[in-house]
Design a protein around this ligand. Structure first.
Ligand SMILES: NC(=O)c1ccc[n+]([C@@H]2O[C@H](COP(=O)([O-])OP(=O)(O)OC[C@H]3O[C@@H](n4cnc5c(N)ncnc54)[C@H](O)[C@@H]3O)[C@@H](O)[C@H]2O)c1
Length: 328
């Protein structure tokens, strides 16, 4: 299969590319503007060839290729995805914070960028597009989050991801592009060195000998999903028949308090013979969601997918990754 991964130099994209290339017969083309991910990051996946932007009908000969382009450049997008069997659309403004600072830039990347990808799929005859969404479109809700809830986004990021979901639905019903929307939980794991999410941040701080600050009393809950489970879900949603136009919560369905995750991380560090970091409770953050986890029943029923990596195991794997990086 020919896979076009937008944002393929990033955390999730690289993990997906590595997993795909471990199977024979898969070719991966990455479209990334290198605003966050780098060529050196992609080299960690394997050797790659570089595709010049707007090359007419470039061949899918190399197992891994990079097309350095912006998803907002429609011509570049069309030329990059001719011949793709599936598009995994990960490139985005990825956080609530930047969306609050600059809602226009967030809208450009997440709404216009997604519309570009869908329109290019329609014209290039690409059958399926998997869209990376999150819990943010649902906004403030009483968990567990599930697919039947009415969305009430509470940030520009949630609004732009919701608009992306809306265009996915429209392109399925109007133009027959088989779109699949995946709403990821809090993803953590190997390859997350540049992320500011809580697991990556705490491990980096602990290895630097710094104290870990929990915002508030740590009773706020999250659904921590390991990257290996997430990548399996993306792949399943790209290959499974009959799920065009559908939305799935992709999460563990376990509600874990941030304090509980921190205790587990400290225990994992001690088991590895490392000094346990000091942990303290700072001020609560305005707008921090108190409880957040998802019901993943629909993904189990329709995609035959369930999260398998337990938190302890996932934290241990993630810690090993950071230790290896530090020792290199
Ligand atoms: N990591 C999580 O916990 C999480 C949770 C929910 C949803 N998501 C979604 O998953 C997707 C991937 O997240 P990630 O954690 O891998 O992010 P990441 O920042 O590690 O990777 C994103 C990649 O996209 C590229 N990119 C950004 N804007 C671009 C543009 N305009 N054109 C081309 N490339 C561009 C960046 O250079 C980067 O390599 C995003 O859509 C994000 O919103 C992530």
């Amino acid at each position: 299969m020919n896979w076009l991964i937008t944002g393929g130099c990033g955390f999730i994209g690289r993990a997906l590319a590595s997993e795909l290339l471990a199977t024979e017969g898969q070719r991966v083309r990455v479209l990334d503007n290198l605003s966050v991910g780098t060529k050196a990051d992609l080299r960690g996946v394997g050797p790659f060839s570089e595709l010049r932007v707007n090359t007419p009908n470039p061949e899918w000969s190399a197992p891994l290729a990079l097309c350095e382009a912006n998803i907002l450049d429609y011509e570049a997008v069309v030329s990059a995805l001719v011949g793709a069997d599936v598009v995994i659309h990960l490139a985005a403004n990825t956080g609530v914070g930047p969306s609050v600072e600059d809602p226009f830039a967030d809208c450009q990347a997440n709404v216009t960028g997604t519309l570009n990808m869908l329109e290019a799929c329609r014209h290039a005859g690409v059958d399926r597009l998997v869209f990376a969404s999150s819990g943010a479109p649902l906004g403030v809700q009483t968990p567990p989050l599930h697919e039947d809830m009415a969305p009430h986004p509470a940030s520009p990021y949630g609004a732009s991801k919701l608009a992306g979901e809306g265009y996915c639905s429209a392109y399925y019903h109007c133009f027959g592009v088989e779109t699949v929307v995946l709403r990821f939980g809090n993803v953590y794991g190997e390859g997350s060195g540049h992320k500011q999410s809580v697991v990556a941040k705490f491990i980096k701080q602990a290895l630097a000998g710094e104290r870990l600050e929990i915002f508030g009393d740590g009773s706020q809950t999250r659904d921590f999903i390991h990257i290996a489970d997430l990548v399996r879900a993306i792949r399943r949603s790209a290959e499974q028949a009959g799920v065009g136009g559908e939305t799935f919560q992709i999460a563990t369905a376990h509600e874990t308090a941030v304090a509980e995750m921190t205790d587990a991380l400290v225990a994992v560090m001690q088991a590895e013979g490392l000094n346990p970091p000091a942990v303290f409770n700072g001020a609560s953050r305005a707008g921090d969601v108190a409880r957040n986890y998802s019901d993943a029943t629909k993904a189990a029923e329709r995609l035959d997918w369930r999260a398998e990596v337990g938190l302890q195991d996932g934290l241990r794997r993630t810690l090993h990754y950071f230790l290896n990086q530090k020792n290199q």
